[in-house]
Write a protein that binds this ligand. Structure first.
Ligand SMILES: Nc1ncnc2c1ncn2[C@@H]1O[C@H](COP(=O)(O)OP(=O)(O)OP(=O)(O)O)[C@@H](O)[C@H]1O
Ligand SMILES: [Mg+2]
Length: 250
């Protein structure tokens, strides 16, 4: 080695495995050419047929379209729960489609809040315990997780129901627990699947206003699948899907 050559590093420089090109990096959500199909026996059913979706940070995007068109499938694909047959997804500048499953799960835990259409509450846990689970899994200590959970349950008008098991809650109450759980981990991206489907107009409006406020005041990015025309006016952008493709973007 000559004296002028730089010293050789002991270890190769760290190369973050999920980093993507600059264009994708600035978007909260960058999905390109997404194709998803389900298999039944020998038959394959294409559901998403080439979806492109770019969502800037702090955008409140509503996803609409007839029942069965693939809104939940798209949200699951954006969350890395479903792997597309073709196409790619990057979130917050990290490629999910190129990442290993454990990396995707860790990323989801840290950055994404999902409000499931079917709620998926743990039946043996109270409302409060269900909501505390999200911040606890993220590494937040129990007293803070409890405080966060109570704050969100109260904002969703459930302060009087925190010690109830899911079987003692109404459909709308269960849905609001599911919403509180998604919000309690302070995610940067929220994927909300029909979050007002079981709610009366007052609670539905309250939920949509909370989501809008998170976007505009805390730079959270939201994709919300909805059939609820009472709240569409609160979204910054409405994307319509039909026959597996984006047919409207306004
Ligand atoms: N795991 C699966 N296996 C096979 N087919 C599936 C599966 N999940 C969904 N599908 C089918 O894919 C299509 C899209 O379903 P998806 O749940 O994404 O629709 P959606 O737009 O969310 O509908 P809705 O508005 O009723 O919630 C439907 O025809 C559904 O039956
Ligand atoms: Mg759905």
């Amino acid at each position: 080695m000559s004296l002028s050559s730089p010293p050789r590093p002991l270890l190769p420089p760290p190369t973050p495995p999920l980093v993507v090109p600059t264009g994708e990096a600035s978007a909260a959500i960058w999905a390109q050419g997404l194709e998803v199909e389900f298999q039944s026996g020998k038959d394959r059913y294409p559901i998403l047929k080439g979806i492109d979706l770019q969502v800037p940070r702090s955008c409140f995007l509503a996803l609409t379209g007839p029942s069965g068109v693939g809104k939940t499938t798209l949200l699951y694909t954006l969350a890395g729960i479903l792997t597309p047959a073709r196409g790619k997804v990057s979130l917050l500048g990290r490629s999910l489609t190129q990442a290993k499953r454990a990396q995707v799960e860790q990323f989801r835990l840290q950055h994404i809040g999902i409000i499931f259409q079917e709620f998926y509450l743990f039946s043996a846990l109270t409302a409060l315990e269900n909501v505390m689970l999200a911040p606890k899994l993220k590494g937040i200590k129990v007293p803070s997780a409890r405080h966060l959970a109570l704050t969100w349950l109260e904002k969703l008008n459930l302060g009087h129901r925190v010690d109830q098991l899911p079987r003692n809650l109404s459909g709308g109450e269960k849905q609001r627990v599911a919403i509180a759980r998604a919000l309690a981990s302070n995610p940067q991206i929220i994927l909300a699947d029909e979050p007002t489907s079981a709610l009366d107009s007052q609670n539905g409006r309250n939920v949509a206003l909370i989501l809008q406020q998170l976007c505009h005041e805390q730079q959270v990015t939201i994709v919300m699948a909805t059939h609820d025309h009472r709240i569409l006016d609160l979204a910054d952008r409405v994307v319509t899907i039909e026959d597996g493709r984006v047919v409207g973007d306004s």
